[in-house]
Write a protein that binds this ligand. Structure first.
Ligand code: SF4
Ligand code: MG
Length: 302
């Protein structure tokens, strides 16, 4: 694990929405009094992947592989469930190559947070259409209009088990900060999909385009009784498809009645939360105590 020092040169393009997300994260680190001892940021590949490097606080972080940030993050969280784990990834990263990890993180309901820099393009590689660009849109870097239908991140997250699902707008810094903070305080797997203008390659979904359309959701997203799930989830999915004229931002759905993966593990390993892998001794009197070595010894390999 790398301990970051905040002296990195920031090479994001001028006016990129990424700066709004970076500022939101820095504000919530201050508000939640987080640092390298209790916060780990995990990123994938893309412009978004540089986010943890640019945070001016001293935090812990891992810059991982394309699409694999959630898999790394799951390992970190399950080794040490006392940590706050914040995953920062792009839309191509998450819904393209990382789609399988995205789906399975939901059904496990691991207690961590994913924020997605959602700009409709692969910005780092010069603006190819990403899985969230709408069909028929021709950004300035595409030779012809996009022929694929988009993934709806909100509806997908809801259908695979995410228990906190929200959408933010990158230039609304305080609103984005509040949503990420709520996501991190939520018990379970949380998604904040952040509408992030990419002024270099997406000349359709610009800052001005979003500002004319975004509005705050006006519904109660919190499930208080398990019987409310079909109605609240149905309403959230329906609202998530509003796009051309009006685009809602805010919390679409929150359900803390679903057990987390850590709680499910505890049913099989009763002392898991007190004696998690990261604090277990790996050696006693020269003998390894890891499960892996015990298995090898049992098979007489080691
Ligand atoms: Fe931001 Fe787009 Fe530039 Fe990447 S390519 S830094 S997303 S403006
Ligand atoms: Mg992108």
């Amino acid at each position: 694990m790398v301990e970051h020092n905040a002296e990195e040169f920031n090479d994001w393009c001028v006016s990129c929405g990424d700066f709004g997300i970076l500022r939101s994260v820095e504000l919530l680190i201050d508000e939640m009094k987080l640092d390298y001892r209790n916060l780990v940021m995990v990123s994938g590949i893309g412009c978004s992947g540089k986010g943890p490097h640019f945070v001016r606080h001293k935090i812990s972080g891992v810059h991982t592989l394309h699409g694999r940030a959630l898999a790394f993050a799951a390992g970190i969280k399950l080794s040490n469930p006392s940590l706050n784990v914040l995953v920062e990834a792009g839309d191509g990263d998450t819904f393209g190559i990382g789609a399988g990890h995205f789906v399975n993180a939901g059904r496990r309901n691991i207690d961590m947070t994913l924020i997605v820099h959602d700009n409709g393009v692969y910005g780092l590689t010069k603006g190819q259409a990403s899985p969230t660009l709408h069909r028929g849109e021709k950004t300035k870097s595409l030779p012809k209009p996009n022929i694929n239908d988009p993934i709806n991140p909100i509806a997908l997250a809801l259908s695979v088990g995410y228990t906190f699902v929200a959408r933010a707008f990158a230039y609304d810094v305080n609103g984005t900060k509040d949503l990420i903070k709520r996501a991190m305080q939520h018990k379970g797997m949380a998604l904040v999909d952040i509408l992030q203008p990419c002024p270099s390659y997406n000349d359709i979904n610009t800052n001005e385009w979003y500002r004319k359309r975004v509005y705050n959701l006006d519904m109660d997203p919190v499930v208080k009784n398990i019987d409310e799930v079909p109605q609240k989830m149905g309403a959230a999915i329906a609202r998530s498809f509003e796009w051309e004229e009006k685009i809602p931002i805010g919390v679409f759905y929150q359900n803390e009645l679903v057990p987390t993966f850590e709680e499910r593990l505890k049913e099989n390993i009763p002392d898991y939360l007190e004696n998690y892998p990261a604090i277990q001794k790996i050696e006693v009197n020269g003998d390894s105590t890891t499960v892996y070595d015990k298995l090898l010894k049992a098979r007489k390999v080691a």
